[in-house]
Design a binder for this molecule. Structure first.
Ligand SMILES: [Zn+2]
Length: 275
């Protein structure tokens, strides 16, 4: 298979502190390149650093503030940061980070009502999200959006901001909405990201068959949600190969065509200059 791009990994997270080099070497052997995606200021800074350290493998960074961290009861995930580092959203700090030449996108940002349905939490998430939409416009970068159990509000916000969305506007990572949600988002010039979950859950099959191949990006979301046959283990960018194979099966197209097309999609989406 030709080169694949895992557009959404967290290779900078503490989950890889003991063996990051080995994980990146396995990706290289599998002909997989990756983008490092931040989730708050600290992990965004780390994403830039890892992109500087491994420029041939980590093609760039995305910086942003994940909606999970916009909540009061912000959980601490040991895979993400060794020490609990609760931050409040700071748009000035994010803007400074976003101007770094390694930064390709803004995110992950968005809405997540899965853990906490309180109105005050969703209101705070919306405010933080809108500021990041505006930053993406200001810096002419695509958005990497996280959305869980919140597609109605997400689409309302994006529609109300459609006049300031870029083209492409961004990508919905780990897309878990309906076919109608997909249609609305495609109309707003978004791409859809699919990862490991599609290898073992059938509820994504219909929307994957529906989504045009030139608007799909492949991802792992490593260290989370490893694809079959690695399910339950720590995920890593090399496993994006399994996502490509499953996509090929669902689309009835050869894995090679999937690889070529999705890599081309990532190259044009992020404005990359890779061979
Ligand atoms: Zn993620």
């Amino acid at each position: 298979m030709s080169t694949l791009i895992d557009f959404h990994s967290h290779i900078q997270f503490s989950a890889y502190d003991n063996d990051r080099e080995a994980v990146i070497l396995r990706a290289r052997e599998a002909k997989v390149k990756m983008i490092a995606v931040g989730t708050q200021a600290q992990t965004s800074e780390d994403a830039i650093r890892v992109a500087e350290q491994y420029p041939n493998d980590v093609l760039g960074a995305s910086v942003g503030f994940h909606p999970g961290h916009a909540s009061e009861n912000s959980y601490h995930d040991k895979n993400e940061l060794r020490e609990e580092a609760q931050e409040s959203f700071d748009i000035e700090r994010l803007r400074e980070l976003a101007k770094h030449p390694k930064v390709l996108a803004i995110g992950e940002c968005g809405l997540d009502y899965y853990r906490d349905q309180r109105l005050e939490i969703s209101e705070r998430q919306k405010k933080v999200f809108v500021q990041q939409i505006e930053l993406a416009r200001e810096l002419q970068k695509p958005l990497i959006i996280h959305c869980r159990s919140a597609f109605g509000d997400l689409i309302n916000i994006l529609n109300s901001k459609s006049h300031i969305l870029n083209s492409p506007a961004g990508v919905i990572h780990f897309f878990s909405g309906t076919k109608d949600d997909a249609k609305n988002l495609l109309d707003l010039k978004f791409y859809l990201g699919f990862g490991g979950v599609i290898t073992f859950a059938r509820e994504y099959n219909e929307v994957i068959r529906y989504a045009p191949l030139d608007r799909i990006l492949l991802e792992t979301d490593a260290p989370y949600v490893a694809p079959a046959p690695h399910r339950g283990k720590r995920n890593e960018p090399a496993y994006v190969v399994e996502v490509a194979k499953k996509l090929a099966e669902l689309k009835g197209i050869s894995p090679e065509t999937i690889a070529e097309q999705t890599t081309q999609n990532a190259i044009s989406f992020f404005g990359l200059s890779v061979e």
